[in-house]
Ligand binder design. Structure first.
Ligand code: ATP
Ligand code: MG
Length: 426
């Protein structure tokens, strides 16, 4: 079964035509040609028998010649020997002719159809000696029996061609819709106008509606979160200022709370910005990893960068977003572990960044939760690890999705901690 729509549609279209033609050809050849050939041969047999009887009665061919000539049949007594029963392999009706002559004419020793395709040459044993009989082939079988088949094949090919062109025009809107949907899955809004058959058009409109709704929701989320974060920042700064001038035992603690709130607001803004309107550009995937690792090192992380795979180093992506996603993963590694390894796998169709650490990791059943926004696992354990909103992994996931990829969490074999794989489609 072909995998593509073209192949399948063509198969659905062509198979019945070909089968129909084959069936008709076989039935037609068997019934029609055989019957016609048989009838024609039978009627000629009457003339042949009469001529042979006349030759036997006269003991010579000469008295019979005028009649034979009138019937357009050549007679010769004691002529050159005719060799066996021969016909060309494609000469279907020839088989019937030979069969009929052998069966219904006494004393036939040879029928040769191959010597001259337009003549029948046969030899009959008579009481006057071996009689050679020759006549035109069209006396016994319909001429050019393959004409019908050739015509059928030619028309069939022509119709198939027409069908193919028509089909291609019908399938194009579907492939266009698929392309637009795939592009949107990778975070690109490409111009698309529904066209084609009603059903395809309906699917196209549904896709456009869906896309518009998602866009609207994203815009709303962006506005809401950035608005709230922005508005909260001013009173928070005022609070901080006030606290820095206040005195007392609790001030230090309150300042820590305010700092944490500030970090959270930064997190919100980051989350909102993760799919901001950055253009995808070709960048060096390894250099990008080095850059992120370097920044993490400056923040105190222990990171080594490895490279694997033989794919192209250049990949088209939104560099800032991917850097943010990787920074989040490294940030987690630093927060929950002591050292981290960042590996870049260059594949043919994707690039995979893997961040592994030597921390406690995440239990398998909690990994899905960890990916959700605003989720922090194991609050008690996290308390002393510094502020976090639970957005780091969610942002990384968003970025991966926007690049037609995904974020997978697992267990690091080498280091024993968490293994986070950020897969980006090329
Ligand atoms: N490398 C890791 N090792 C162990 N647990 C992890 C690791 N990375 C994430 N987690 C767990 O998954 C939860 C969600 O992580 P995520 O990065 O989304 O949020 P966060 O690190 O708590 O906060 P943020 O990243 O927004 O500052 C964390 O609270 C933590 O419990
Ligand atoms: Mg984090």
């Amino acid at each position: 079964m072909p995998r593509g729509l073209y192949g399948r549609a063509l198969l659905i279209l062509l198979l019945p035509i070909v089968v129909l033609q084959l069936v008709i050809s076989v039935v037609f050849i068997q019934r029609h040609f055989e019957d016609v050939t048989q009838q024609m041969t039978d009627s000629l047999l009457l003339e042949l028998r009469y001529l042979v009887q006349s030759v036997e009665a006269a003991g010579a061919v000469e008295p019979v010649q005028p009649l034979a000539q009138a019937l357009q049949i050549d007679l010769e007594l004691g002529g050159a020997a005719v060799h066996g029963f021969r016909r060309a392999f494609y000469d279907w009706s020839g088989a019937t002719v030979i069969g009929e002559l052998r069966r219904n004419m006494g004393g036939v020793v040879a029928v040769d159809l191959a010597e001259d395709s337009r003549r029948v040459l046969m030899q009959v044993e008579t009481s006057a000696g071996p009689l050679t009989i020759g006549f035109q082939r069209r006396k016994v079988s319909a001429s050019n029996p393959h004409q019908l088949l050739v015509l059928m094949a030619v028309v069939g090919v022509f119709m198939a061609l027409v069908a193919f062109i028509y089909l291609r025009n019908q399938l194009r809107p579907i492939t266009r819709l698929a392309a637009a949907a795939e592009a949107y899955g990778r975070g690109r809004v490409e111009p698309y106008k529904p066209s084609g058959a009603i059903e395809v058009r309906a699917a196209g409109h549904a896709f456009l509606d869906m896309r518009a709704r998602i866009e609207r929701q994203t815009a709303q989320r962006t506005m809401l979160l950035s608005g709230v974060s922005h508005d909260l920042r001013t009173p928070l700064t005022r609070l901080k200022l006030g606290l820095s001038m206040a005195e007392g035992d609790e001030v230090a603690e309150m300042e820590r709370d305010v700092d944490e709130m500030e970090a959270m607001l930064d997190g919100f803004l980051d989350f909102v910005r993760s799919d901001a309107l950055e253009e995808a550009k070709p960048v060096d995937a390894v250099a990008l990893a080095e850059r992120v690792a370097e920044k993490a090192r400056r923040a105190g992380a222990v990171v080594t960068v490895e490279q694997a795979g033989a794919g192209e180093v250049e990949i088209k992506l939104r560099a800032l977003a991917v850097e943010r996603a990787l920074a989040n993963l490294l940030n987690n590694a630093r927060r929950y572990g002591k050292k981290a390894v960042l590996r870049v796998d260059l594949g043919e169709r994707m690039v995979r960044y893997t961040v592994e650490d030597d921390g406690p990791g995440i239990a398998e059943e909690r990994r899905d939760d960890a990916l959700k926004p605003f989720t922090r696992l194991d609050m008690a354990r996290n308390q002393d690890k510094g502020g976090g909103v639970g957005l780091g992994l969610a942002i990384a996931m968003d970025v991966a999705r926007a690049h037609g990829g995904m974020l997978r969490l697992g267990e690091s074999e080498a280091l024993g901690g968490l293994k986070a794989e950020l897969v980006l489609g090329r």
